[in-house]
Write a protein that binds this ligand. Sequence first.
Ligand code: ATR
Length: 272
Amino acid sequence: MVRTFAVIGDPIDHSLSPAMHNAAFLEARMDCTYIAYRVPRGEVPEGLDSLRAAGIEGFNVTIPHKVAVMEHLDSVSEECSLIGAANLVHDRGGRRRGFNTDMEGFLGPLLSRNVPLPGCRVLLLGAGGAARAGASGLAARGASHIHICNRNVEKARSLAEHCSRMGVSSSSGPLPSYVEAGFDLVVNATSVGMNGGPSPADMGRVSPGVVAYDMVYRPVRTSFLEQAEDAGAVIIPGWEMLLHQAALSFSILHDREAPVQTMKRALVGVFE
Ligand code: ATR
């Protein structure tokens, strides 16, 4: 019987996860399929029941359910509990276990570029689920200070407190109109810039050599990245994080190494 996997979220029509996972199944000759399944906000319990009834034993979770799904899990991984959000669930033997591959997925492109994280001064734009995973990863890797800016300042303050509890010096404030010098790494973890549009903050004044990392993956070159590159920054596009978290999800779901190059070709192919 074909085994079915899924990604749940809302909106979900444009998810790139089915393309990556289905390409991996084909490459690995696995009799599996991966679908996008819309679960509206507030309907997580019903959505999870439907997945179980359909025999779906593993699924990714995306906006807006990463935090909400937590209260419907029987157990969680260490990362999941640290971050307070799940982006992957195993549903086996009537028990659901949550994982979070966003944190490692976020760190992957930084580590592969040898960006020095211990002692790093970070400006993090955004304070949602993705920002939480990024902040936790940076805190765990020894960043020296994380300044968190968000439209909703209360959420920024709460994430800064989370970083402080992890032992990292942190501060918070509103989104600035432009990013000042004095940071080694600037991360856009807001959804601003998705499908075009302006950068959440002007990147034109960052110092050359700063690393600018956008979690937004569509378009590939966002205004945030273009402004940063023009100012001499090293840029990291969001599709790299997407690919890393998907490969890690694949290896957890199927207990085997992910065909990363195949998944990358499927992902990049969607952009072309
Ligand atoms: P994710 O799981 O991707 O982090 P999320 O939890 O919904 O999604 O978080 C979205 C982030 O983008 C938040 O930081 C949000 O800011 P608020 O907390 O103030 O809502 C930010 N964001 C979304 N739309 C925005 C906008 N138009 N201007 C500024 N920030 C925005």
